[in-house]
Design a protein around this ligand. Sequence first.
Ligand code: ADP
Ligand code: MG
Length: 648
Amino acid sequence: MKCPKCKSENLDEAMFCGSCGAKLSIVCSQCGFENPPRNKFCNGCGHDLTIPSEPTLKDLSLDEKLEKIQKYLPKGITEKILAQRDRIEGERKQVTVMFCDMEGFTQLSEKLGPEEAYTIMDQVYEILIHKVHDYEGTVNEMTGDGIMALFGAPIALEDAPQRAIRSGYAIHREMSRFNDRMKQEKENLPPLKMRIGIHTGPVVVGTLGNDLRVEFKAVGDTVNLASRMEGLAEPGATYVSNDTFKLTEGFFRFEALGKREVKGKGEPVNVFRVIAPSSRRTRFDVSAERGLTPFVGRERALELLLDGFEHAKTGRGQAFSIVSEAGVGKSRLLYEFRKAVANEDVTFLEGKCLSYSRGVAYHPVIDVLKSNFDIAEGDGDVEIREKLKRGLKILGADEASTLPYLLELLSVKDSGVDTVSLTPEARKDRIIEALNRNAIKASEIRPVIMAIEDLHWIDKSSEDRLESLLDVISGARIFLIFTYRPEFVHTWGARSYHSQVNLNRLSNRESLAMMAHRLGTEEVDRDLEELILEKTEGVPFFIEEFIKSLTELKIIEKKENRYHLAKNIKDVIIPSTVQDVIMARIDSLPEEAKGVLQTGSVVGREFSHVLINRVMDTPEQELLSHLSILKDSELVYERGVMADLKMH
Ligand SMILES: Nc1ncnc2c1ncn2[C@@H]1O[C@H](COP(=O)(O)OP(=O)(O)O)[C@@H](O)[C@H]1O
Ligand SMILES: [Mg+2]
């Protein structure tokens, strides 16, 4: 292999250059993993390293670069955008805009000369693009020394504001690694830092260029304000607007910077600096911290889970899937179950699939592993190794055949896994076997409850792992709980010890009970009750968000101990947290259905509301009820449209 630094030839098995001592490695063109030089396949993703990689950005002209950016688009997005192009154009969307600008470029080119500076800039672009795509954003523009990225347009994304902030965080981190690398190569280089600004708001999508870039028809304030946030941010920092802050509060630690003057805005606006991600990763974690609404209903579902666990405890392993649409209460049921078994001597392990983790192999499995061995976020390689060793000893597991695979999963250096003689498939099998053995060993000490949440976002490797775990639990004291939305279809077939609990929306009585809990009184005017029932349709998440937004907007008020509507209900708007969920849902619907819904909604006002999984199978009456959230305001429903729908 040729040394990248001094260009001298080395033997294939050399790890360091014989002439200059530089580390030799092959960086995978697919996933960026740094492989030992003798690898034929990537340790990170299994990609064939012998295939020549494509030219890097620096070899390309601007047009070619743009084309390449499109190639980089998150998997499947290009097709999705093209298929929906006609509909997307002119659509009003809630979007999170991120501006990312480099500081220090001028000094850099003064020091290095323009040519070398541009080579470096290209590498920086690569980082920016990759880190945006990791969170399924799209790079909409390459500015002189940065980018403008969109999250949630052209295709709506759940958790778009959160993704944008995480993407920004990843960019800062990657840039600091980049600076470290640069420092090793060249001395006295000024560090390159990005200034990042983020804002969330509505835009009207204009035409989509041939390169699928979004042109905006009505940009309004949204893009501007994001750019202003970037302008305010100091190098290395991310600043977000009040709107983005409100949608992501609890997921990150922020520093409130108070009100700042912003060009183009009459009034000063609130600005926040992102400090770090918090340990809370799901919406439910955040609500739990703020205080949950007292639990209503679900007696039967909870009982089923507890019965299942009783069986599992006696050595007849069980698996339960809790299935419902977003916000109906899967996580809450799991939480209540956990509370109910809190006094039992069990090992409770948890893993979560996240909306932006589908591309991360073994994400929930690694979660479980970490919780099993008590591995914390900041633990270094040495600590992780120690904790695993100690844990394996307690389990009585064979260290030699297990430890390397667990280390490998946790990306600990020098895991000891023989990467040469094993194919990626064989390695995967070994990992899975090691995990299964561990689970069984753990269940011999005390019953194990393993809960994996949100399988609709699971990655393929984890799914395979769960299927194989299902095969081995039937004779063990293991209770598996999965939660997912109906769009997830598992491939593991029927098993006598696997049951499914479908959570329905709440009844009117239960919805009103939740409302009474939220408001702290049952004294509520009838028309207000009806409004809530109609707009939230028994989805607990919507009930909470609506009541919060109605109170904040002072649409409901308390007078003489009784809540009543203080304003016309025409003023009711859908909270943006709810919009986010709804829009992502709409964009994941089959094409024909979506067309219908769009025809039905008055573009430019509010968003249509659909919470139906398969519109095609939904009877007309039910479909109507799903759309009722907009009945008084924006949705124009026509019978003709519905007739079309039924023909498909
Ligand atoms: N039965 C219930 N009683 C009271 N609050 C509930 C109930 N079910 C869900 N919630 C609340 O509604 C919100 C959304 O529920 P969650 O469990 O996060 O939904 P999912 O996991 O299905 O998306 C949470 O704040 C949760 O506490
Ligand atoms: Mg949940």
